[in-house]
Design a protein around this ligand. Structure first.
Ligand code: AMP
Ligand code: MG
Length: 412
């Protein structure tokens, strides 16, 4: 049995980023970008109007008010997309639409609401400040600026930015293909009402969901019987994947064959059993060179083990620069006790209260109690040697929901 930190280190040393592929930006949402994006040009490319109104020289509008308006001569109409032909001189203005390039000579725009058009003259009811209602060239993005950093997930705003920069194709990291095998004679498929003694194979589904959440591709290989030959057959099918996940069959029972197969010629087992709860019976190794996580069978253990070890591996394989969930400090709302020797991950719900996080456990912590995982948005982490948390004490919580970590200015 090895500590969690050692297991993680061993695991991560076995993974490197996969290759890159060039794709259209419409396919790039949720992918990890494989290149730094430097702006090839300014956005906006030229000074343009932020309002519908009149492009003027601000000095020509000095002193204009509702009661003492001024008049300027309209010399041109500039719709969006057209370039002005005339330069603004003293006493002149051009009608301008939002987005149109500011004509030469003008240095501000008066909003249409502060004017009245009268033939080829415009009555100005307010004085302009220099630069008012102008969007300046490069105000959003400067040419040469680093706009999107390599190694992060692409969100919708990134896709819009790439389009604005004229980048129709970009390099992203390949998605890992992850074969998923559930082991157990007690398992039946989802469409079958389980007869006495049988249970539905839910682990394949939670694992597939976790894999997709990491941006990878699940390959569902179904259920293997607790028979060495059956399991060998399944592993053979899985060899075209980048990673294999199995659940169950990795404890000390008579039919727990996963680790035995890892011990066969051509395969390897790097370690078995981690000092954590839930999730102690974890084996990590390779099958004919393909990395394999032999995850525990209990529905919560399998998910918590995935969170600790598989998730960072999948993110590393995708070249992501931030591979760990965010840890925060929260006030524990209740007393928790445990024995020394294992690191514990306790299902909890974290909420914000007066600029602090408050953590409350979600009930029964049995490794088969999936409901308390459903209710959780975080895991309270208790160190190996820690035996008690008092009510009101600060605790470390590993967030399972990234959106929580974005909440503004929390005291942590
Ligand atoms: P095992 O480690 O194979 O002994 O599995 C431990 C327990 O986890 C079993 O007794 C089942 O109750 C449960 N279990 C194993 N595999 C699955 C699965 N695929 N889906 C849901 N529960 C499972
Ligand atoms: Mg089993």
């Amino acid at each position: 049995m090895i500590p969690v930190e050692k297991a993680l280190k061993t695991i991560l040393a076995n993974f490197q980023p996969l290759g890159l592929e060039k794709i259209n930006i419409l396919e790039a949402l949720g992918r990890v970008i494989g290149e730094n994006i430097l702006a090839p040009r300014n956005i906006p490319s030229a000074n343009n109007s932020a309002m519908d109104g009149y492009a003027v020289r601000y000095t020509d509008t000095k002193g204009a008010t509702k009661n003492k308006p001024l008049r300027l001569k309209i010399i041109e109409d500039i719709p969006a997309g057209k370039v002005a032909l005339k330069k603004i001189k003293k006493g002149e203005a051009s009608r301008i639409m939002t987005g149109a390039v500011i004509p030469e000579g003008a240095d501000s725009v008066i909003r249409q609401e502060d004017t009245l058009k009268n033939g080829r003259t415009v009555v100005i009811y307010t004085s302009a400040k220099k630069g008012e209602n102008i969007r300046f060239a490069g105000e959003d993005v400067r040419k040469g600026e680093l706009v999107i950093k390599k190694g992060s997930f692409l969100h919708s705003a990134d896709i819009g930015m790439l389009a604005a920069l004229g980048k129709a194709f970009i390099s992203v990291y390949q998605k890992p293909r992850v074969a998923i095998i559930s082991t157990g004679d007690e398992l039946v498929d989802i469409e079958i009402a389980p007869p006495p003694g049988k249970i539905v194979n839910s682990n394949s589904y939670s694992l597939a969901a976790l894999v997709m959440e990491c941006g990878a591709i699940p390959i569902m290989l179904g259920i293997s019987k607790d028979k060495r030959t059956d399991l060998q057959e399944k592993f053979k099918t899985a060899l075209h994947a980048d990673l294999i996940l199995s659940s169950g069959g990795v404890s000390v029972g008579d039919f727990d064959f996963v680790k035995n197969i890892m011990g066969e010629i051509g395969n390897a087992m790097h370690f078995w059993q981690v000092a954590m709860r839930p999730g102690k019976p974890l084996a990590f190794g390779t099958i004919e060179g393909i990395p394999l996580f032999g995850l525990p069978g209990n529905p919560v253990s399998v998910m918590v083990s995935f969170e600790q070890f598989v998730r960072p591996s999948l993110l590393k394989m995708q070249g992501h620069t931030k591979i760990f969930r965010q840890n925060i400090k929260a006030i524990c709302n209740e007393e928790i006790q445990k024995k020394a020797g294992f690191k514990h991950f306790i299902r909890a719900v974290v909420r914000k209260e007066k600029n602090k996080y408050i953590a409350t456990t979600t009930g029964n912590q049995g490794s088969g109690i999936l409901k308390s995982m459903v209710a959780a948005n975080g895991l309270i982490v208790m160190g190996e040697n820690q035996t008690q948390i008092k009510k009101g004490e600060w605790v470390t919580v590993q967030l399972l929901d990234d959106s929580l970590s974005w909440s503004e200015s929390l005291q942590i």
